[in-house]
Design a protein around this ligand. Structure first.
Ligand code: SF4
Length: 174
């Protein structure tokens, strides 16, 4: 996997001050995408063990509330194994910090369908994620006033509550 950027004091992609990883590679190709260069799976730099250590070390700071995964597309099959290993490690080391993931796929139509077809990696990923911001960016529904998302169709989903209740539960954002 390649990655486009790491932000160590991100305040735009989830509540509080966060560490964010922008992975490379995305097949959605949304019109008006903010990050077109990251469509290419070869964009940026190789994600290495040293990069993982840098992320984990950055997360240790007491003022860091959580970790956000963006892209590109973290849920692309090519990116899943590396992303899964990372979120498992974050979950183990920092159980008190929350994990947000942005995806152009949708929670119920795509991710739950893949799980029902035996894609266990997706189930393992969702087990580690607190909040999923889902759906492609739709330029016609762009709204700059929305917190933590770009277009009206995108949802901020409480993943664990949704899995438990088997329906989409939106996360209350204060
Ligand atoms: S899913 Fe995100 S990164 Fe991918 S094309 Fe759409 S806006 Fe761009």
């Amino acid at each position: 996997m390649n990655y486009a950027a790491i932000k160590k004091t991100d305040t735009a992609n989830g509540p509080g001050i966060r560490v964010s990883l922008f992975v490379s590679g995305c097949t959605h190709h949304c019109k008006g995408c903010f990050n077109r260069e990251a469509w290419d799976f070869e964009y940026g730099a190789p994600y290495t063990k040293a990069v993982e250590q840098e992320i984990l070390e950055s997360l240790s700071k007491p003022y860091i509330r959580g970790f956000s995964l963006l892209g590109g597309e973290p849920m692309e099959p090519e990116n899943r194994p590396t992303v899964l290993a990372l979120v498992k490690e974050v979950r183990t080391r920092y159980p008190e910090k929350d994990i947000w993931c942005y995806t152009g796929y949708t929670f119920d139509k795509d991710l739950l369908t893949w799980i029902s077809r035996g894609q266990d990696e997706v189930a393992e990923l969702l087990a580690c994620i607190d909040v999923l911001v889902d759906g492609e960016f739709i330029e016609e529904q762009k709204n700059l006033r929305l917190p933590f998302r770009g277009s009206e169709n995108q949802r901020i989903i409480d993943v664990q509550a949704s899995l438990k209740q088997n329906r989409v539960i939106l996360k209350a954002i204060s």
